[in-house]
Design a protein around this ligand. Structure first.
Ligand SMILES: [Zn+2]
Length: 260
């Protein structure tokens, strides 16, 4: 099936050179996968376990990042993010869900193609691994951020006396500062945000995207007036970040329950 994915997506995606763009760090992706796993129904859980083998969904949630520089899926580099501009209208933001760009980040097209592939070939292991990972990226604010700064990669940030950038802060900085293991954090988030599950499940993709876009815009705005204290930053944004992780896990579970 690997060949099928390659053919499908090689045709669909345009190659384009981009800067270094990572993703939720490993902890973030593991949290999303754990939350999703906890919300799978029995039948889906059984099927996902069978397809992914004994290592399971949490282990494979970071695979798509690990193979980015590999040659097996050479265009997959652009599947992890979607480019936006500052100050877009809601209708322009929503249009990106269906009007795929011809170059740069193509997260939405990759997801749509992979989900379509899984509907036809539900046992395609690599397609499932990609979907598990990319659902996390879809809710990672700096993966739906501004093209002109490469999703925050060109926004320098002093983070606990280290030279970092805004993209890294959102991939890893805040999660690391909170300091939980992925199991501890997933458990905490599931308890803390449980009452929002129904609302998250009911949101359309348009609503979720607009929520994410405006949230990302608020991150850029906060940056302008921030005093540089990483403790203050973490305290300010950790709850919103947790909501993003929770929403990613719940929507991934929803999708897998539907597919399997
Ligand atoms: Zn990624």
């Amino acid at each position: 099936m690997m060949h099928k994915i390659k053919t499908l997506l090689l045709i669909a995606m345009a190659l384009s050179p981009t800067g270094s763009l990572l993703a939720w760090g490993a902890t973030g992706h593991r949290i999303v996968a754990q939350i999703a796993y906890d919300n799978l129904n029995c039948r889906t859980r059984h099927k996902v376990n069978r397809i992914l083998g004994e290592k399971g969904i949490v282990y494979w949630s970071t695979w798509a990042d690990n193979i980015k520089s590999d040659t097996i899926y050479p265009t997959s580099y652009d599947w992890h993010y979607q480019d936006f501009d500052p100050g877009m209208s809601d209708s322009a933001v929503v249009a990106t869900l269906t009007h795929y760009p011809t170059e740069g980040g193509n997260l939405f097209r990759a997801m749509d193609s992979l989900v379509a592939l899984l509907r036809e070939h539900p046992n395609d292991t690599d397609a499932l691994k990609f979907v598990v990972h990319l659902m996390g990226d879809r809710f990672c604010p700096m993966h739906t951020a501004h093209l002109d700064d490469l999703g925050g990669n060109r926004v320098p940030v002093d983070w606990f006396r280290e030279k970092r950038n805004l993209h890294w802060v959102w991939d890893e900085g805040i999660i690391n500062a909170v300091g939980y293991s992925y199991t501890e954090y997933a458990e905490y988030i599931e308890h803390r945000y449980h009452d929002q599950k129904r609302a998250i499940r009911r949101m359309t993709w348009e609503e979720l995207l607009l929520h994410n876009y405006h949230f990302t815009e608020s991150i850029y705005e906060y940056q302008e007036g921030w005093n540089g204290n990483a403790y203050v930053y973490t305290y300010h944004f950790a709850p919103s970040m947790e909501w993003q992780l929770y929403a990613a896990g719940i929507r991934l579970a929803m999708l897998l329950n539907e597919l399997y």
